[in-house]
Ligand binder design. Sequence first.
Ligand code: ATP
Length: 236
Amino acid sequence: IAARPALSVSRLTVNYGLARALSDVSFDVAQGSCVAVLGANGAGKTTLARAITGLVPLREGKVLLDGQDITGWATHRIARLGVTHVPAERMILPGLSVLDNLRAAMRWAVPRNGRAAAIERAFERFPVLGSRAKQLAGTLSGGEQQMLSLARALAVPPKLVIADELSHGLAPMLVASVFEALAQIRAQGSTVVIIEQFVGAALELADEAVILRRGELAWSGPASVAGDQLAANYLE
Ligand code: ATP
């Protein structure tokens, strides 16, 4: 018997007003696996993330999480099931220190006596944050803020993490640590959806890939051959 997928989207259709942004998109993500969602600018990748996490209403379609139908659920309820969305925009509290940003991210989900260890893990994962623990988050470089945003999202190990173009605008060294962090979180059992316009590192981590083109699912298959597919057919 095939295990229930961690995430299953079927026939997802999203409109912005009269404009269709996603059309009839279906795919499954196996438990503990990593899928890369690829496609050109405007192909619908971010809309897909927002549809899964309840940030945009579906015109049609269904979203199942571990077999549970979460279609139409509010974002905070979906988050409570262990779905973490790391958006391309940095989600930090600029007026708080790095340390307090992490503490705030854990407040509701990590018991008081587990927080010190969780913060230590975050600093091991992102040493640059450890060395700036007392610094106000708003004074970090853009790349460091992106790291902090990811560290906040991973502070509570998610069941499913959707990472939306985290490498955008990062120096190559920081890109490497973003992907390392995603690899670690996956090794701990989380299912990972990586949305990326720049595909090399994403495909190294991913098992499967999904290529969107103008809001439609253009291709899906093993990550090992997705790069060629993308280059040959879908970069427009
Ligand atoms: P990018 O890499 O540029 O973020 P993407 O693949 O994530 O692209 P989306 O951002 O999902 O693509 O956009 C899909 C389509 O929906 C595009 O044509 C875009 O212009 C349109 N769109 C996105 N957000 C909105 C919105 N809030 N209102 C109207 N149209 C939108």
